[in-house]
Write a protein that binds this ligand. Structure first.
Ligand code: ADP
Length: 663
């Protein structure tokens, strides 16, 4: 090949100098030689045609063309290039022109030129390297051009790929720098975080990242743990549950948050107990796989130790106060009970079981306890319990209980209240029970005595009263005797009303009162009461309201209630300028009658006891006659009528005693 090339140049230059006629180049010997040469084309310098004088086999092969389609043709007819892009031709034309103008070789930068393949019937984009050289005539004018073309598409593609690779490498390097910066930033953030943070990866929990705070908790230096499996770096942490929790996070992908977990760690060369709050957060890679866990942790040893100490102290205190309470309960012989309001379970002390006539081993339920209360009292007790639970008010009742095994009937005083749920304890209803059978028996005997005594006294007092009235009528004297008779009558009246109270109270207690009901107007009721009530100066009494209202009740008993209210108003509020009696129909479809005074009033804690038997309040040094039965009897009368009774009172301002009757 090398030989052919040298030969070609010798011939070309020699012949050119000798003969400028195209004949030489068209001659067979020249064409044969050129066919074999590495040069590609011999072109005539006849712009814009650049007629192809000779074309080498090599050129035809790389341009996929046939000699007859090229030889003797204008160059751009043989190789039209991309007909849509005139730039290709222009680059070549410019090069030819430069060679013609300067007489110097022109090396074209690698350029793209489309070659049409007839076989494949399509154009191929190929890259070419091109050198154009001049051939001079004897006058030194460029008359031919030798073009050497190389298809450098492969090299070009390789170099392009190389360039792209290089660009990619540069991009990757730039991204690596960014990543490194980010990693640095991330590490700084972790280092400076106010909480302990570590990152563990893989099945062995290799410690990838850890900050100073976490090292403090672990009691290790960075060199002792970084890059090591966590439980190799801290073997004492094995078997305390941490490994299992970490594995769970890795397998389930669910975050775990634990507060106040005990960790026994070798810190500062010795085993220490630390308390930690921590979160294990799974980290997923781009494929969603969990391979790392972030540990965020705070040491709370001091707080937990302080709390444990406090709990210990309060436990000790509680034990002590529990002991005191138990002693007090035992000494008072109190039964205790506790009902869990969520489950309804009843916890009972052995004393409570005794009160219900049960053996210590017997089970007691709320239902069984209720069934031991006599039927006639059961509903009242059950209602009061419901009321206390629903309204959170204290429960305080006296009732009977029938012993299960011993069949002994006991009177008990049961007190308790609802306690709201707190911490682990659910809401409950709890309290105590006291055996008051003896007290009840004494009271019964006292009541019996009072009942018999007052009964026995009633007959002589009635005849004494009649005698006094008779003496008073017969008496003509207006002096001392009259006064004595008047005083005796007043005393007799008081004694008589006291005995009436005692008898009434006894009847009320025994529930033997029957009502003699009829329809009557409030006007009649008030007139009669005021007439029966002699001690009140009429000028002091103001009557208000609707007196035409009709009441269906036992008139005599209702009058008794009003007289009792007026009597008390005169007795306890004697300084009142005015006593007001009001009758009205309220929105609850009831008739309400009230007596208001401007007396000393009664404190709130005492008002709830006013309607109990024998209850009397203190009135400084003042002594008032009475047994504490008037309001008790009134309450019983109103209760029997299905009405309500009560008092509204403000200390120092006065009291309003009232009752209602259903219409
Ligand atoms: P008694 O008047 O016989 O003591 P009551 O049952 O009628 O019995 O009254 C009970 C107690 O209520 C009285 O002892 C008194 O302390 C108080 N009380 C009743 N009415 C009034 C009132 N209007 N003002 C102040 N205290 C009163």
């Amino acid at each position: 090949m090398w030989y052919h090339c040298c030969l070609f140049f010798n011939i070309l230059y020699t012949m050119d100098n000798r003969d400028q006629n195209d004949t030489f180049y068209k001659s067979k010997p020249f064409q044969d030689v050129f066919n074999l040469s590495r040069q590609s084309l011999l072109l005539k310098a006849d712009p814009p045609l650049y007629t192809v004088m000779a074309v080498s086999d090599h050129c035809l092969s790389i341009t996929r063309n046939a000699r007859e389609k090229v030889l003797g043709k204008p160059l751009f007819e043989a190789y039209p290039g991309d007909t849509n892009d005139s730039l290709d031709q222009k680059i070549v034309q410019d090069s030819f022109q430069r060679v013609i103008d300067t007489g110097k070789n022109d090396i074209l930068p690698v350029f793209k030129y489309e070659i049409y393949s007839e076989e494949e019937n399509k154009a191929h984009t190929l890259y070419w390297s091109n050198v154009n050289e001049p051939v001079f005539d004897e006058n030194g004018k460029v008359c031919y051009l030798i073009n050497t073309t190389e298809n450098v598409t492969d090299q070009m593609l390789i170099s392009q790929t190389r360039q792209k690779n290089q660009e990619l490498e540069e991009q990757i390097a730039a991204q690596n720098v960014v990543l490194e910066d980010r990693q640095h930033l991330f590490q700084n953030l972790i280092e400076q975080a106010p909480v302990a943070i570590a990152l563990m990866s893989g099945p062995d929990f290799i410690i990838e990242v850890c900050n100073e705070k976490v090292l403090e908790i672990w009691g290790r230096t960075k060199e002792q743990v970084l890059g090591l499996p966590a439980f190799k770096a801290m073997p004492e942490a094995r078997g305390q549950g941490f490994e299992e929790l970490l594995s769970e996070v890795m397998h389930t992908g669910k975050r775990i948050v634990i507060n106040e977990m005990q960790a026994n760690l070798v810190r500062n060369g010795k085993m220490e107990t630390a308390w930690v709050n921590f979160t294990y957060e799974p980290i997923r890679d781009r494929y969603g796989m969990i391979n790392s866990v972030v540990v965020v942790c705070t040491e709370v040893t001091e707080q937990v130790n302080n709390r444990l100490k406090l709990e210990q102290l309060s436990r000790e205190k509680l034990n002590k106060s529990e002991q005191i309470l138990t002693t007090a309960i035992n000494s008072a012989n109190l039964g205790t009970w506790y009902v869990d309001l969520d489950t309804g379970d009843l916890l009972s002390s052995s004393r409570l079981k005794e009160l219900f006539g049960l053996e210590p081993g017997d089970t007691m339920t709320v239902e069984s306890a209720m069934s031991q209360i006599p039927e006639e009292q059961r509903q009242r007790v059950s209602k009061a319990i419901d009321h206390a639970i629903n309204h959170g008010i204290p429960f305080d009742m006296e009732y009977q209980v029938m012993g299960k095994h011993d069949h002994v009937s006991r009177w008990v005083k049961c007190m308790g209240r609802r306690y709201a749920a707190n911490g682990e304890n659910s809401a409950c209803f709890a309290g105590t029970m006291l055996d008051i059978t003896e007290r009840k028996e004494l009271q019964r005997r006292k009541d019996d005595f009072i009942s018999i005594a007052s009964h026995e006294l009633k007959t002589p007092i009635t005849s004494l009263n009649a005698s006094l009235q008779f003496i008073s009528k017969m008496n003509k004297d207006t002096g001392t005797l009259s006064k004595v008779i008047e005083l005796a009558s007043a005393s007799m009246h008081r004694v008589s009303s006291l005995i009436d109270d005692l008898l009434n109270a006894a009847h009320m207690q025994d529930q033997i009162v029957t009502l003699n009901t009829s329809n009557f107007s409030v006007q009649t009721l008030i007139d009669n009461a005021v007439n029966r009530f002699k001690l009140l100066e009429k000028s002091k009494l103001r009557i208000h309201g609707d007196l035409n209202l009709i009441v269906y009740a036992d008139q005599y008993r209702i009058e008794q209630v009003i007289i009792n209210f007026l009597n008390n108003a005169v007795k306890y509020a004697y300084k009142s300028d005015e006593i007001t009696l009001t009758a009205e129909r309220n929105s609850g479809n009831e008739i309400k009658i009230s007596v208001r005074d401007q007396g000393p009033g009664i404190s709130q804690e005492k008002t709830k006891y006013l309607f109990e038997r024998y209850y009397r309040t203190d009135h400084d040094a003042t002594q008032y006659a009475g047994l504490g039965l008037g309001l008790y009897i009134s309450a019983k009368i109103i209760e029997k009528h299905g009405g309500r009774i009560g008092v509204d009172s403000i200390l120092g301002e006065g009291s309003t005693f009232w009752f209602t009757l259903p219409v």
